[in-house]
Write a protein of this length. Structure first.
Length: 368
């Protein structure tokens, strides 16, 4: 039998499959990318056992747990674990702290199915603590540089071409702006942080000691950047990406209208997809009505409505350019101009896509 493990680095570096035997409510609050939820107890059973523990102590809670998970219920759960163990022979199982639940799962697998399957010593809590330390250590030990630029300048496109980039927006499943929501939901906060830490871990293991990130606010959509990293981002040097206004308009049209509409249709179907997309676009605009001001909002909303009507009728997207141009010239660009002025002393280079990529690659070679 493979041994129980405390080698958390190996588990994440080598994408070891993980069987999480916590209750679904625990799993849904945060998990690891390769973890599958195969609970020992469901949410109701866990709640009953927890109440019993508080009122009558550990032994009574253990006895109640055995009563609740017995007979056909017990057999069904063991069968699910057996399937996982057979399909993932290099995996591990864990509960919250690596205690009673994971040990009982191990015992039942062995006694009822003859399978010896290792657990993670310390469980979810130890794995989570390890990943928090990975991020904090990188902030303390590594070099970071931010890519900044006006809305639509293509910062994400730059990041995707760099081996040492950390794509916060990709990990958070959100483009970061008021219009940045995707058709699929964002990961929960803990899962976002875990995925970021694993990305950092793998890149550092590959010899990377300098990271490139997009200049972001405290939250990406509704997911907060880990505090130590965000605090560092307020001091890191910046590279400013320049792009022609016309090209920015076309990029936003493609990303936020053409591609996003197709994304919503892909998720919600042809009949409902466009309506959900149109509602998202309108809601995104209304979300910044206070910052736009009433008159400007009403004007842009009318233009957007006309564009959506035409798009639904004919598929043409040309009219969307008008509200995009208005948003950029009257709202986003003045806001970013102020930000650039305030961050000016930290900007160490500016240029177009090719120049920025060349600079960042050379910078990485120089510092690595």
């Amino acid at each position: 039998m493979r041994q129980n493990s405390t080698d958390y680095r190996d588990i994440f570096l080598n994408d070891r499959p993980l069987m999480d035997v916590r209750a679904p409510v625990e799993f849904d609050k945060g998990a690891f990318p390769l973890a599958c939820n195969r609970p020992l107890m469901n949410d109701l059973e866990r709640e009953k056992v927890g109440t019993c523990y508080k009122q009558q102590g550990q032994q009574a809670a253990i006895e109640l747990g055995h009563q609740l998970v017995s007979g056909q219920t017990k057999q069904a759960r063991i069968e699910v674990w057996v399937d996982f163990a057979h399909s993932q022979p290099q995996g591990y199982l864990y509960c919250f702290r690596g205690g009673l639940r994971s040990q009982l799962t191990q015992q039942w697998l062995k006694s009822e199915a003859g399978i010896e399957y290792p657990r993670v010593i310390g469980g979810y809590k130890a794995l989570r603590t390890y990943l928090i330390d990975v991020t904090d250590s990188a902030v303390a030990e590594c070099d970071f540089v931010l890519v900044a630029g006006l809305t639509g300048s293509g910062k994400t496109e730059v990041l995707t071409q760099l081996a040492n980039a950390l794509d916060l927006e990709g990990l958070a499943n959100h483009r970061g702006s008021s219009f940045g929501k995707h058709a699929t939901p964002q990961p929960v906060q803990i899962s976002f942080e875990n995925a970021l830490a694993i990305d950092i871990l793998k890149k550092r293991a590959g010899g990377i000691s300098q990271f490139v990130l997009e200049d972001e606010g405290r939250v990406v959509g509704s997911r907060a950047i880990p505090l130590t990293l965000f605090q560092g981002m307020q001091k890191y040097p910046l590279v400013w990406l320049e792009e022609r206004f016309e090209d920015r308009v076309e990029r936003i049209l493609k990303d936020y209208v053409i591609d996003l509409c197709a994304e919503f249709i892909g998720v919600h179907g042809i009949e409902q997809g466009f309506g959900v997309f149109a509602a998202h676009l309108r809601q995104s605009l209304s979300g910044i009505v206070k910052r736009l001001g009433g008159e400007r909002y009403q004007r842009l909303a009318l233009i957007m409505d006309s564009a959506l009507i035409e798009q639904e009728k004919s598929g043409a997207v040309n009219l969307h350019r008008d509200w995009i141009i208005g948003m950029l010239s009257e709202y986003y660009d003045p806001m970013y101009a102020y930000q650039r002025d305030s961050k000016g002393p930290r900007i160490e280079f500016s240029g177009d896509h090719a120049a920025v990529l060349e600079y960042l690659r050379e910078r990485g070679r120089r510092l690595d």
